[in-house]
Design a protein around this ligand. Structure first.
Ligand code: 5GP
Ligand code: ZN
Length: 112
């Protein structure tokens, strides 16, 4: 499959890894929008959060189990934001489910 994040998970495209386990791969965003900007992806190809169901939700659970560890490792002691964009209206550009972990400063109260 021609998927950028599948290629990153497989190591065919280099990335700055910050966390990995059986279900999860996390790496630095190439175009950070905050001092800390990590992308957290399932090691199975899911197109977006819109494809999550009972057959694959273990991956999402594993991602959310990893988030506090990744945040602590990044020094985010004062909070952070987790975002996932879905589809055209959500401005999703890479069609492999990913969660943005953003922090290292005060963010906008606006969500859009
Ligand atoms: P989206 O807009 O789909 O929610 O987020 C995609 C994210 O992937 C963007 O923040 C973008 O900077 C990041 N990105 C795109 N291509 C690459 C890449 O090749 N390597 C890394 N590390 N991040 C990428
Ligand atoms: Zn993929």
């Amino acid at each position: 499959m021609d998927c950028l994040f599948c290629k990153i998970i497989q190591g065919d495209i280099p990335s700055s890894k910050v966390f990995e386990n059986e279900y999860v791969y996390a790496f630095k965003d190439i175009n950070p929008q905050m001092p800390v900007h990590v992308l957290i992806v399932p090691k199975a190809h899911l197109g977006s959060a819109d494809e999550v169901d009972a057959s694959n939700s273990r991956y999402v659970a594993a991602i959310f189990e990893a988030i506090p560890r990744i945040a602590a490792q990044a020094g985010l002691t004062n909070g952070y934001r987790v975002v996932t964009n879905v589809g055209e209206d959500g401005c999703q550009s890479v069609k492999h489910l990913h969660f943005h972990l953003l922090g290292g400063g005060k963010m906008s109260e606006k969500m859009n």
